[in-house]
Design a binder for this molecule. Structure first.
Ligand code: DGL
Length: 266
């Protein structure tokens, strides 16, 4: 049986784990929530690289993982090149905001992007955006909104702050949009857990796009298992550098998992 490590700054990567479990039931997953250091979105490149390296080293030495999923847009944007250089023998799958699928389906060609400041300010994101703006079949316009504090509010389960920040950022998108937006990209793995609030504020004519399923399919290809469903399903192992009880509760609430998370002192 293959083992895959998955990590995020906190509980947000559970939105990716949900897709991984659906796509690869015969794989063992070890999930690390770096909640003691969340949020990553307003941290420096050096801090995020150090955290990503430390978690990856622990996953390799303790669980002998066959592949790693960086279930965090911010860590992918700022640290995946360094991780790949340090671990050339480990297949590493990252997540990045779903600009490409959004550009493929948007009719109005005005697409909102909600993500952390770290992701939106990164060179990796700038490259992706410029590439799509110059190659999309018809001109496409991305309206990017950094959402300071939103991942943190979701992390803490603070529904009131979550609602207030979603209202503020949806309004900010509308203020910047030169035309009708028909698509909004959820460019942080925490945001699918605020999708109901965002959908209500944006209305039924705006589609929300995230990357969970695409990342899970990419992981399946990278693992190179002929039939990933042909094994008994196992429960993922959950670890948190913060409060393990908060991770267990989030996993039960959002994924229906009844797994007890353990404390990780890394
Ligand atoms: N969930 C992460 C992301 O996809 C990080 C959010 C944060 O910690 O700021 O960007």
């Amino acid at each position: 049986m293959k083992t895959v490590g998955v990590f995020d700054s906190g509980v947000g990567g559970l939105s990716v784990l949900r897709a991984l479990l659906a796509e690869l039931p015969g794989v063992r997953f070890v999930y690390v929530a770096d909640s003691a250091h969340a949020p990553y979105g307003e941290r420096t490149v050096a801090e995020i690289t150090e955290r990503s390296e430390s978690i990856t080293a622990w996953l390799r030495s303790t669980h002998h993982i066959d592949a790693l999923v960086v279930a965090c847009n911010t860590a992918t944007a700022l640290a995946i090149d360094s991780l790949r250089a340090t671990h050339p023998d480990l297949p590493i799958v990252g997540v990045e905001p779903a600009l490409k699928p959004a550009a493929a389906t948007s009719q109005t060609r005005h697409i909102g992007v909600l993500a952390t400041r770290g992701t939106l300010n990164s060179e990796r994101f700038a490259r992706l955006r410029t590439q799509l703006e110059s190659t999309a079949s018809s001109p496409v316009h991305f309206i990017c909104q950094p959402c300071d504090g939103l991942a943190d509010a979701i992390e803490r389960g603070d529904l009131q702050t979550q609602q207030a920040l979603c209202e503020r950022y949806v309004q900010a998108l509308r203020n910047q949009a030169p035309g009708d937006m028909d698509t909004v990209v959820l460019g942080c793995t925490h945001y699918p857990f605020a999708a109901d609030v965002l959908a209500q504020l944006l209305g039924p004519d705006v589609a929300l796009v995230d990357t969970g399923t695409a990342v899970a399919r990419r992981t399946r290809d990278v693992l190179n298992v002929s039939d990933p469903t042909n094994t008994n399903a196992t429960s993922p192992m959950l670890f948190s550098t913060g409060d393990p009880a908060a991770l267990s509760q989030a996993a039960e609430r959002w994924l229906g998992l009844r797994t007890r998370a353990e404390k990780l002192a890394a």
